[in-house]
Write a protein that binds this ligand. Structure first.
Ligand SMILES: Cc1cc2nc3c(=O)[nH]c(=O)nc-3n(C[C@H](O)[C@H](O)[C@H](O)COP(=O)(O)O)c2cc1C
Length: 179
């Protein structure tokens, strides 16, 4: 079972339950292995997830800025330059998604704040909005799905290097005594 907190990039739950709260809650409720997701991009965060009771982790955002990812270079460069607060859980009335605040997001927010109908929201969203942003590189009008943890992602790297970094950090922490 995957337990994903609302820090996560992309499609998400409506409740704003964080990974820190959700993972231990799920782990004490089920008798099957739990995979933690949402806000995990480093070995340290992976270690923390294990301490919370998870058997493994699922990472999305960290790999969007990998060399191998099919995401557009504009999107990868945007990700490595984000600051805290630059992503938000949006489209709660339609299909909740964490994305980067851009002009598309502002338009959707205005419509939601004005209590526009679901049909109106759907028409603003239109078709292939995520493709326009993440694959075609329109940083202004596209839907740019990424998690809060993007603030920790500072360079575009090969996937193997990302995995090695995470593994090394995790293994170092396993050796470290905690008091
Ligand atoms: C660009 C992007 C697209 C995603 N698309 C989906 C999706 O279509 N459906 C889904 O269930 N999760 C989706 N996710 C969530 C991931 O499967 C994963 O659980 C999540 O990214 C983990 O949190 P993190 O982004 O903090 O690493 C997406 C994540 C990203 C970053």
């Amino acid at each position: 079972m995957v337990a994903e907190g609302f820090e996560a990039g992309g499609h998400n739950g409506r409740e704003e339950t964080t990974t820190m709260v959700l993972v231990p809650a799920v782990c004490t409720t089920v008798n099957i292995p739990v995979i933690a997701a949402g806000g995990i991009a480093t070995g340290r965060q992976m270690f923390a997830a294990m301490v919370l009771g998870a058997s493994g982790v699922q990472m999305g955002s960290r790999f969007v800025a990998s060399i191998e990812a099919s995401s557009h270079i504009n999107f990868k460069e945007k990700i490595i330059n984000l600051n805290e607060g630059d992503t938000v859980l949006s489209l709660k009335k339609l299909t909740p998604v964490r994305l980067i605040k851009n002009n598309f997001y502002e338009e959707i927010k205005r419509a939601e704040d004005n209590c526009e109908s679901i049909e109106e929201l759907k028409s603003i969203l239109g078709k292939a909005r995520a493709k326009k942003g993440m694959f075609e590189g329109d940083m202004d009008q596209g839907e740019l799905e990424i998690g809060q943890v993007s603030t920790l992602i500072k360079k575009i790297q090969p996937a193997a290097e990302i995995v090695a970094e995470i593994k090394d950090e995790f293994e170092q922490l396993q050796k470290q005594p905690f008091n």
